[in-house]
Design a protein around this ligand. Structure first.
Ligand code: TYD
Length: 224
């Protein structure tokens, strides 16, 4: 049985170059300045085994990785992350901000690699024992813009980033469809808005969640 934990679980999703990490950092800062306990984490990664899996699946030089293997590596990393990091933090009543979660696999492996979004969702629900975010912030980025922002940062492209714009367009569409299907638990924002504007809108939505009756445990912690 899935029981609601006392913490709050927020996932940041979107294409490469959408600015997720910047917004996760801004939200963490705003919440911590109020005395709330925030855990920032990321996928793939977030645990020692997850970091190893991250380099297996993202670094060039491991030879060809077929789509099923890729999906299973991301799911394995996520299983460790959900069980060892996210669930324990939520049970302690913390706010967990993750840079990517299940939707990334549904979009990149399900739609991008054409494995099927439902199959990939089912695999990941099994891997995480059904742990779902309370809110997903989707930063919607046009693939060409995303590529421009990434190359401006001047770091080498990983295996996913170096895929064609057409691959990234399928991913974008898949993210938008996920959000459309569950408007109550998604906040969709255009990534080209200013950093400050995005941060303000995200904080507004999170404030609404924190004001909900179920969030009392977290508010109590901040004044303890
Ligand atoms: P990310 O950490 O956002 O990249 P960066 O460190 O360059 O900002 O994500 C790494 C890449 O892995 C990104 O292209 C998306 C991809 N990815 C998947 O294909 N499936 C997944 O389940 C996850 C979590 C990421």
């Amino acid at each position: 049985m899935i029981t609601k934990s006392p913490g709050l679980f927020i996932a940041f999703e979107g294409g490469d170059g959408a600015g997720k990490s910047t917004q996760a950092a801004r939200l963490a800062e705003a919440l911590e300045s109020r005395g709330l306990t925030v855990l920032r984490t990321r996928e793939p990664g977030g645990t020692p085994i997850g970091e190893k899996l991250r380099s297996l699946v993202l670094d060039h030089g491991h030879g060809h990785i077929d789509a099923h293997t890729e999906a299973l590596i991301f799911a394995a990393s996520r299983a460790a992350h959900a069980g060892q990091v996210i669930r324990p933090a939520l049970s302690r009543g913390e706010i967990v901000l993750t840079d990517r979660y299940i939707d990334s696999s549904v979009a990149y492996q399900g739609a991008g690699r054409d494995l099927g979004t439902e199959a990939v969702r089912t695999l990941n629900e099994w891997a995480t024992d059904g742990l779902q975010p309370d809110l997903t912030v989707l930063l919607d980025v046009d693939p060409a813009d995303g590529r421009r922002r990434r190359t401006a940062g001047d770091t080498a492209e990983d295996r996913m980033e170096s895929e064609a714009d057409e691959f990234h367009a399928r991913i974008r569409q898949a993210f938008l469809e996920l959000a459309d299907a569950h408007p109550d638990t998604y906040l969709v924002l255009a990534a080209q808005l200013s950093v400050d504007e995005l941060a303000a809108r995200i904080l507004d939505r999170v404030d609404a969640l924190l004001a909900a009756p179920g969030a009392a445990a977290m508010r109590d912690r901040s004044t303890a």
